[in-house]
Design a binder for this molecule. Structure first.
Ligand code: GCV
Length: 713
């Protein structure tokens, strides 16, 4: 009877999941494990959890949920199982363990939200322990992930502390629920209904973030609205903070620099004005009254029309320090963005942030961290790492990655971003000689900073599957994993995410993992190969626009960046040009300054070269550009075919959704290739090499394509 019941259970679950899965459950699917092993069963079925707090209740619920999804209710370890694999699960804070556990020293070394998972041979139990309830929550999620993907607890145990303290999402969400550069629906924050209505999605959001170690959320757009700092909005923010707290997530807000004028009725927002300083101090006090663990402020100042200290001829440090002083008594921090540039500064945009911030090194208060985008321009499909990394040893710097794909095809183009994140984190800044990777700047180890942080611009919206493309959930997942462990590999993340989200079937995971890992390079190829950048359509940034020129700001055009003419293409950032290269360490200047030694992927970022210039493969620059575009197109088309081969291995709903998006991507890869090659060929005047398909239309046709109502502007 029991057997038949179990069989029916598995059958029903499989049938349901084969057809309907809208992706809402993300990587927390907890789908049935085909043949659960004795240890998986005993851990899921027999657990003891010590403690009593909201977080502990969340842990209990999570275990129940996972157990009911992964194994049939009637399945229990047999007596024989119990004899051979006695381990049951004990979850308890280190101080409550009450066991003579061996790895005490390793556990003592954990930071507050770190965790340990190990087999205690004496008691035969799997133990999840930590110094805090949040650490226990992280450890539980880790263990459940291992159970789902079929990993066992290694002999030596797992002892994990995050390398970075503040692992935050930056929502570019506006109070009217539009999302700047957000492509998966509206903002999930329903400000109108808050604080009276708490949507279940807020809990689910917090749970998903906690499951990958994210511990902070900046609720509002960096193009900020001071309204969020008014009393009625602070009530709403408090409501969200209360939901997130037991999941270990702090809220942060973006502070509009001119708030003292706009909502404080002061005549100025000058950071050195005493009334302004007092206003921010009072505001901080008010915020902390509502939200005692408020994380702090993120500030975009003096950039793209946002107000800032420049308005009063003050420095970025003056602005940041004023806010830092207001937050200091409460333990808050200021994440001050380095994305500062102006069309009125007559210098290469690449150089402006470095030029402004480097002289301020060491001038920021202790609770300020400077938030630097991964590259010096703006989240392009590929950028060399930002020269500020490594250049400000006395100032904590944090990384800002963009998870939302403003420049990588928005929500419909598959681009697994972990390889982009990994590439930047691994770059050697050479600040303290070889081995001074960007990851070491970020985790504080290179310059001995305790204040460490990483930000990811969220790709989350009100779409049922959260991120538009199902595979873009992987970018949220990858960001969380890398913020916790910036040295982890993309391949590992992709495999884990696929197994948690879809299936452990190796005939699915193997080929699709490869597809994911190659996808970002594929996008680089059909959009901006060989160091080209910023050649997208203007304003909405969707589709190609190498012809974009003129207008109010040269630094928002494509022609400013590609500099294509009959003599060649590329931005000369060497000594003969803007000399942005000078902002990097000497070793890099030497390597990248020479067209023979610069990695070809950065070639046109730093060099302006004739179309006939020969690359390493002996072919001309023009031929190489064309070949890269074609490669991107071929891969995008091949992905559609590859995806078709996995039909039936996962549920139909997600299969069909991804299939349709991959087809859009393949079509738009052709659009990118044809538009860019048609445009550039008017300068190169060279024919396309063998194997590169001729564009089907003339330039006017491509220029006339004007997508309307593109979301996320
Ligand atoms: C939030 C780019 C985007 C803007 C964004 C800005 C930023 O310029 O196009 O939408 O504004 O970056 O990071 O501040």
């Amino acid at each position: 009877m029991k057997f038949i019941f179990s069989l029916c259970f598995i059958l029903v679950i499989n049938i349901i999941s084969a057809f309907a899965n809208d992706g809402y459950k993300l990587w927390l699917q907890y789908y049935p494990i085909e043949n659960p092993s004795a240890w998986q069963l005993s851990v899921l079925k027999n657990h003891k959890i010590h403690g009593d707090s909201e977080t502990i209740s969340i842990i209990k619920n999570e275990l129940e949920l996972a157990a009911s999804g992964m194994v049939s209710p009637s399945k229990h370890p047999t007596k024989k199982d119990k004899k051979n694999t006695p381990n049951t699960l004990l979850i308890a804070k280190h101080q409550d363990l009450g066991l003579e556990v061996l790895p005490n020293t390793l556990i003592n070394q954990l930071v507050d939200d770190g965790y340990a998972i190990f087999l205690d041979k004496k008691s035969g139990q799997i133990i999840v322990t930590a110094k805090s309830d949040i650490g226990l929550l992280y450890g539980t999620f880790r263990l459940l992930q291992m159970i789902q993907i079929g990993d066992s607890v290694p002999e030596e145990g797992i002892f994990q502390s995050p390398k970075i303290t503040h692992r935050v999402l930056n929502h570019w969400d506006n109070l009217d629920r539009t999302v700047e550069r957000g492509y998966s629906g509206f903002s999930i924050w329903n400000w109108h209904r808050l604080p009276r209505h708490i949507d279940q999605q807020y809990h689910d959001y917090a749970r998903a973030n906690a499951s990958i170690g994210i511990n902070g959320t900046v609720l509002t757009n960096v193009n900020a609205n001071s309204l969020v700092l008014t009393p009625s909005y602070l009530e709403k923010v408090k409501a969200l903070a209360d939901v997130f707290r037991p999941y270990g997530i702090k809220v942060y807000l973006t502070a509009r620099f001119s708030s003292p004028i706009e909502i404080g009725k002061l005549p100025t927002a000058d950071p050195l004005d005493e009334d302004v300083q007092a206003w921010w101090k009072e505001k901080a006090k008010e915020i902390y009254k509502h939200i005692p663990d408020f994380g702090g402020f993120v500030v975009k100042a003096d950039s793209e029309g946002q107000p800032g200290p420049h308005n009063y001829k003050r420095s970025q440090a003056d602005g940041a320090n004023m806010l830092a002083e207001a937050l200091e008594p409460f333990g808050g921090i200021v994440m001050w963005r380095a994305f500062v540039y102006s069309e009125h500064t007559p210098d290469d945009r690449h150089k402006q942030a470095y030029n402004e911030f480097k002289p301020l090194d060491g001038k920021f208060k202790g609770n300020v961290i400077v938030q630097v985008k991964n590259g010096a321009i703006d989240f392009q499909p590929r950028e060399p790492f930002h020269p500020m990394f490594g250049a400000m040893p006395q100032t904590p710097l944090m990384m800002e990655f963009q998870i939302t794909q403003e420049y990588l095809g928005h929500d419909t183009h598959l681009a697994f971003l972990a390889p982009l994140f990994e590439e930047v984190l691994k770059e050697d800044t050479f600040t303290n000689g070889a081995g001074s990777e960007v990851a070491k700047v970020i985790d504080g180890s290179l310059h001995n900073h305790k204040l460490t942080a990483m930000a990811g611009v969220a790709n989350i919206g009100s779409d049922r599957n959260w991120t538009g493309h199902h595979f873009h959930q992987a970018n949220w997942y990858a960001y969380g994993k890398m913020a916790w462990a910036p040295y982890i590999s993309s391949a590992e993340i992709a495999e884990e995410w696929l197994k948690l989200t879809f299936t452990t079937d190796k005939n699915f995971v193997g080929p699709i993992q490869k597809m994911m890992l190659a996808s970002r390079e594929m996008v680089v190829n059909y959009m901006t190969p060989l160091g080209l950048h910023h050649i997208m359509a203007e304003s909405h940034h969707y589709g190609p626009g190498p012809w974009v020129t003129g207008g109010r700001r040269a630094d928002w055009t494509a022609t400013y960046y590609h500099q294509a003419s009959e003599t060649g293409i590329g931005f000369d950032r060497t000594k003969t040009g803007s000399n942005a290269l000078e902002q990097y360490a000497e070793q890099i200047q030497k390597l990248w300054g020479d067209v023979e030694t610069i990695p070809e992927e950065h070639l046109l970022w730093f060099h302006h070269l004739p179309w006939s210039h020969k690359l390493q493969n002996g072919k001309s620059l023009w031929d190489n550009i064309a070949i890269h575009y074609q490669k991107g197109v071929d891969e995008a088309k091949a992905n559609v075919k590859l995806w078709e081969t996995v039909q039936g291995k996962i549920d139909h709903e997600r299969f069909a959704h991804v299939h349709s998006f991959l087809k859009i991507q393949a079509e738009e890869a052709v659009w990118w290739k044809d538009a860019c090659l048609t445009y550039f060929s008017q300068f190169s005047k060279m024919s396309l090499p063998d194997g590169v398909e001729e564009p089907t239309h003339d330039l006017e046709y491509y220029k006339s394509i004007r997508p309307r109502h593109v979301p996320g502007i």
